[in-house]
Design a protein around this ligand. Sequence first.
Ligand SMILES: [Ca+2]
Length: 319
Amino acid sequence: MIAGFLLTAYAALSLIVTTSLSSPKPIIIDTDIYSDVDDVGSLAVANVLHNCGLADLRGVVINERSKYGALAANTINTYFLNGDIPIGAIRPLSDDTFFDKYRYLDSLGSAQDNSITIISIGFLTNIAELLESPPDQHSSSNGRELISSKVKELVVMGGTYPAGWEFNFGGLDPASTKAVVENWPANVAITYSGAELGGGIYSGYLLPTHSPPNSPILAAYQWYVGRGSTVRESWDPVTTLYGILGLDGFQKLGFKAPLVFANSIGYNSVLDNGTNSWVYDSKVTNQHWLELADGVTNSTVSFLLDQFLVHNPLDSRCI
Ligand SMILES: [Ca+2]
């Protein structure tokens, strides 16, 4: 079954060998890394592309109140020889009273204008708080001003498109979802990766046979999926892949662009319970949601993701 899957994927990908690289794209990943293993897959994607020069992972921020989140993220970063990447968390680690917004303020404050891509693969709790943050000892600008000046794009795994209910939006903190979706600065792009996109793309097929034996990626997928399988939906890894490579960056890996914007105009609308729907409005052009490009199948993207999940940390090539 795996062999057939690989052949199909190879045929669809039209693999071209190319190594032309550009400057690394600065990103921050905001992850819940507790409710599903696909956050682990996302950090693998980000670390591999960081090590091969396509991404500059400036920080990881945990958006779930768990004392294990930061440890898990650091384990993955360290496995990929990136243990020095800063990690922010909601603190105290076992309480619910304080968000480590310093990590955002520090990363954004020191960044060039219009340069940072924030990749949100969990709840929007932290970003909502950042939007409302006043100036403090870490920044003379408030959070909204920092976002407007420093952030190039917010990429969000959340919602269903063109309409529906999804866990990141409605499961734990729909008030923060609504705050971010409704108040995101109009001058900064926001791109949504919906449940319907990553939910159709499975990854982890190659983990048991192609992983280094000490891989925490393999261990995480084995423990989470269970019953002898390591295959899981790819909501967060697909989102992260777009967040780093955009629509056109896949060519740097030798691949045809697998994702396109499904819309050219309009905005996301969210109800109090997190249910979202797309409103078509020609006056709004900074918001999009993603879909597969014509001729691209779920297995095409599955194959690409698996290359990152099994990547040897000592191999500095992208794939
Ligand atoms: Ca997640």
